[in-house]
Design a protein around this ligand. Structure first.
Ligand SMILES: [Fe+2]
Length: 165
């Protein structure tokens, strides 16, 4: 590499990098928190489902939980890779998650599938806002959100198919 090929970093580049990281954190942090809420409530639903389709819904919910945890990990590590922290502490997730409240106690498999579709729908609103918002901020981070949107939508389909007519 000659001296004329040497990359240079200007103060404005650094500011831009910082602004990109902040924008990514703004859109992916809510995604992380909603997905962590989906993990906790997905297990709650997994433990309390009852009725004729118990096995199918019980086992499917473990897949939903596993996927949500993987998605949350990918989104959180994208934020951290850009140099910013992510706040997905228990208290913060409880305060800021957009997911509706899951009914307490034992539930029929129909009620469980319907409630979990509702939780995923709420998370998808957050994920799709990230897909849109990251379009002109950082395409690699948008790709993370797109991958999550695709996976969550597939899990929603698998659950919805239990109660669809
Ligand atoms: Fe289990």
């Amino acid at each position: 590499m000659t001296s004329t090929d040497t990359p240079t970093t200007t103060p404005s580049d650094l500011a831009t990098t910082s602004e990109i990281a902040a924008g990514v954190a703004q859109f992916l942090s809510p995604v992380v928190r909603d997905l962590e809420a989906l993990v906790v409530n997905g297990k709650q639903a997994h433990w309390h489902v009852r009725g004729g389709s118990f096995v199918g819904v019980h086992e499917l919910l473990d897949d939903v939980v596993d996927h949500a945890q993987e998605f949350a990990d990918t989104a959180a590590e994208r934020i951290v890779a850009l140099g910013l922290p992510v706040d997905a502490r228990l208290e913060t997730v409880a305060e800021k998650s957009t997911l509706p409240t899951l009914p307490d106690g034992f539930q029929t498999w129909q009620a469980t599938a319907t409630a979990m579709v509702g939780l995923i729908d709420a998370a998808l609103v957050t994920v799709r806002a990230a897909v849109t918002g990251l379009d002109d901020i950082d395409l690699s981070s948008q790709d993370v959100a797109i991958e999550i949107e695709r996976g969550l939508t597939k899990d929603r389909w698998f659950l919805q198919a239990h109660v669809a007519v």
